[in-house]
Design a protein around this ligand. Structure first.
Ligand code: ZN
Ligand code: ZN
Length: 133
């Protein structure tokens, strides 16, 4: 059985647990990920939705979007915790909210075609203009 990783928002109202069994991890440079995080890009890791559980603060979530496609934030501090994607089957965990270090590392940069011009990628990971096919 996979190890469990803890995660939480900035203010600590919301805590979650997720299996250390992410299927993929990438750095997304699209403008939506930049805006929701306020960062140059968003490192995220994807896993089946049922492998993530809110352990504290389930009543303090601010869900922007639909049940099966959304960004889930802490309602109090606004941290983006994860996005529900792929018709609700997966979550993309915002890796910056993990407390424990996952086994996986981001393996590529995506949506580099819409990257912020003021940010320079300085590693050797593969770069994709949009989502890799
Ligand atoms: Zn919070
Ligand atoms: Zn993105």
């Amino acid at each position: 059985m996979a190890k469990t990783l803890a995660g939480k928002c900035y203010c600590g109202a919301v805590h979650y647990e997720v299996a250390d069994a992410f299927r993929y991890a990438m750095n997304c440079h699209c403008s939506n990920c930049r805006r929701t995080t306020g960062s140059a890009f968003k490192p995220f890791a994807g896993i089946e939705r049922d492998k993530l559980a809110i352990t504290q603060g389930a009543d303090s979530l601010m869900i922007y979007g639909e049940e099966t496609k959304n960004n889930t934030h802490c309602a109090r501090c606004g941290s983006l915790l994860y996005s529900v994607v792929r018709d609700g089957a997966y979550v993309h965990v915002a890796m910056g909210t993990l407390v424990d270090a996952p086994s996986i590392r981001p393996s590529r940069h995506i949506f580099v075609g819409s990257k912020a011009p003021w940010f320079t990628i300085t590693d050797d990971l593969p770069q994709h203009d949009a989502f890799p096919s």
